[in-house]
Ligand binder design. Structure first.
Ligand SMILES: Nc1ncnc2c1ncn2[C@@H]1O[C@H](COP(=O)(O)OP(=O)(O)OP(=O)(O)O)[C@@H](O)[C@H]1O
Length: 336
């Protein structure tokens, strides 16, 4: 159960667990007009006389509501649904020809790269997954979750999002500091230990970004790389979405390998569109897109994995050159 009865308002509780209304009614507690109060605040607003008259016991009432919700969820079989696989059933390419595969299943903990020329349809595939396409997009693909047509709640719910999308541009327009922004997000996720979570997100983001930022930095003044790092860290720690879609992190100026392993450590399915050989080979498999269709699915070979080490070395060299350039240094053959 992710919603905290102590910290949530009655409105939030009833929104998520409509059956809680029966419990409150039984206790003779009228919610109407008090939707913005927590149960604790509501009980504190009653006079001692009322409390005595109705023989109310605050602690017992709050604990009672918690266990009532837990029992009802267990009874209804509505424990949070765990996503263990995502399947793509084939559709058609831009010319209307069937794609070169039947179905493709991705499991939790896997990284899948999506490669293909510019304009070939990589973002479209990510879009199909985000929308949980049911043969209702230009590609005619169908997406299954755990081998089944998913509940429509995944499509329309804003809180139970199946997919978290990290897109190329993260433009913030809100006038908030990093701390305020993260607190708001943590609050909307009903996290209990908010300060600790916010500190953890910042520390991970600073670990990924080149230039460090503070809790008091306004989010509008974060650089592209810093906001990307913040979003990745925020997504990994706060998002409950089991599937993460990444549209090209290569130019974000962050530690891409660390970012990926960080996202994966949280038991997710990661799909990323990329033009970067290092990222592509970090994936378990890669989907090759051609003319809008999935043309091939290639498993990363052992030779490629072995090459990955070499590629990482080259990549580190290029990253070092980039860092030297940023620091205003003159590049020398030795530094290469
Ligand atoms: N199977 C398809 N049928 C019809 N239209 C398609 C199909 N696949 C992709 N498209 C369309 O082709 C256009 C280009 O696709 P998309 O933006 O996904 O390319 P991309 O590979 O992500 O490009 P880039 O590398 O430049 O970001 C989009 O308008 C997309 O909707």
């Amino acid at each position: 159960m992710s919603l905290s009865v102590k910290e949530s308002t009655l409105g939030e509780i009833l929104n998520k667990y409509p059956f809680a209304a029966a419990y409150l009614e039984q206790q003779n507690l009228k919610v109407e007009g008090r939707e913005n109060m927590s149960l604790n605040e509501y009980l504190s607003s009653l006079s001692e006389d009322e409390i005595e008259e109705r023989a109310l016991d605050r602690t017992a009432l709050i604990e009672g509501l918690e266990s009532y919700i837990a029992q009802m969820l267990a009874f209804l079989g509505e424990e949070e649904q765990k996503v263990s696989s995502l399947s793509i059933l084939s559709g058609a390419d831009k010319s209307g020809e069937p794609e070169g595969f039947d179905d493709f299943t991705i499991r939790t903990g896997e990284i899948i790269a999506i490669v293909g020329p510019t304009g070939s349809g990589k973002s479209r595939l990510l879009g199909d997954i985000e929308w949980v396409a049911q043969r209702d997009t230009p590609t005619n693909r169908q997406i299954l979750i755990n081998g089944k047509v998913p509940d429509s709640k995944w499509r329309f719910s804003t809180s139970d999002k199946l997919v978290a999308q990290l897109s190329q541009n993260m433009n913030f327009v809100m006038d908030l500091t990093v701390e305020e922004f993260l607190h708001l997000h943590a609050e909307s996720r009903m996290v209990e230990n908010r300060d600790e979570v916010v500190r953890k997100i910042i520390s991970c983001a600073n670990d990924l970004a080149g230039e460090k930022f503070e809790l008091t930095t306004p989010i509008t003044s974060l650089s592209g790389g810093q906001s990307r790092a913040l979003m990745i860290s925020d997504t990994a720690i706060l998002s409950r979405s089991p599937i993460i879609l990444i549209d090209e992190i290569e130019n974000a100026g962050i530690d891409r390998k660390k970012a990926l392993s960080f996202l994966l450590s949280q038991e997710k399915i990661v799909l990323m569109a990329t033009h970067d050989p290092m990222l592509a080979l970090l994936g378990d498999k890669r989907i090759v897109i051609k003319n809008g269709g999935i043309h091939k699915i290639i498993e990363t070979s052992s030779e490629e994995r072995a090459m990955l080490e070499e590629i990482e070395k080259v990549d580190r060299k290029v990253q070092n050159l980039r860092a030297s350039l940023r620091r205003g240094e003159i590049l020398t053959r030795e530094s290469f």
